[in-house]
Design a binder for this molecule. Sequence first.
Ligand code: ZN
Length: 408
Amino acid sequence: MITDTHSLKAFFDAQLAPGLEMLRQMVSINSFTSNRDGVNQLGKLTADFFTPFGFQPEYIPSTNPEWGNHLVLTRPGRSNKTLAMVSHLDTVFPPEEEIANNFHWQVDGDHIFGPGTLDIKGGTVMMWLVLAALRAKATQVFEDVTWKLFWNSSEECLSPDFELVCRNRLPAGTIALLVFEAENRLGSNRLMVAARKGRITWKVTVKGRGAHAGGNLKHGVSAVTQLANLVQRIEGMTDFSKELTFNVGRVSGGTVLNRVPHEAVAEGEFRAFSPTVCNEAKAQLLALAGKGDVRSRADGYPSEISVEITSESRPWPRNPGTDRLLALWADCGRELGTSVLAEDRGGLSDGNSLWDAVPTLDGLGPWGDNDHCSERSPDGSKLPEFVEISSFVPKAILNTLAILRLLS
Ligand SMILES: [Zn+2]
């Protein structure tokens, strides 16, 4: 067991340079979700970085042929203890955007700018640092545990199959699933992610009845008018007291101007932390389907509303398994003199689909800011994604100590 945090710090201080060199190589490969070859190249490089630790790679083709392979690295242990770590390979930046915005690896003082430096290639380097330390400084523990490392090829597009890739490879009783998305901060407090909202996307289609707008308006049933009513009702389903938000993101309808529009479509999403609130909201939305209140003024022919749930990312609510992990990280933080707090985030991660399979904690990555942004303004008021170099070592110490305590 490591009790000497000074020797751990010295270890990470020495490993930071090779870790950042890995990061540089990873960032130099464009791995936009739709850049299948880039994602696969990064998967191979990532596996190469971990093979010296005795990991065996498995490349699992995505069910979407447009996307790259998921990566799973396994190192069998001598005991029946399994610990899982999760990261992803893809970024949100197309190659053309990186070129257009001159967005690439760029060290500036304590910041490294570049696509994926924070989300989430810096998180992958954090995994490497922690495993390197465990292997060198707590060899017994490292050898005992079965390590399962997962990289989603298409996290930024909510790949639907990654959940099963993980679930099928995680034995019952897996101790924890640690997600290496970036840390957030509140003042000097480190924020780890202990809950995330679920996100359900939907599509509402209204069928009306086309008619000549000049000669036969009464006969027509305007799908646009019906949709406008529905948009108001859907927006009205937002309930801040339940942390439930509805957003109508896109509407379209009608064709030419001399025609009563026969079809209109709205698409959007809603989000909430509580599974019950999500289910109630879904039922409320689906209940809009059926005959509409906009009808023909000639014969009462009604508009017809259909509602479709187009994707569903379950919520990750606060739960005892996560809270137990959080308490461990907070305890270790206290001993190291830093405060670790929980953050309930609105955005999604792979934790959403896995927290109920294995106790999950997220936010183990380094700190930085402006993830998903590639632009820079001349006055510096707009800066692209960066990771803070000095955030790696203290966070790696925290993660390593907490993992050791978890395994002891
Ligand atoms: Zn991410």
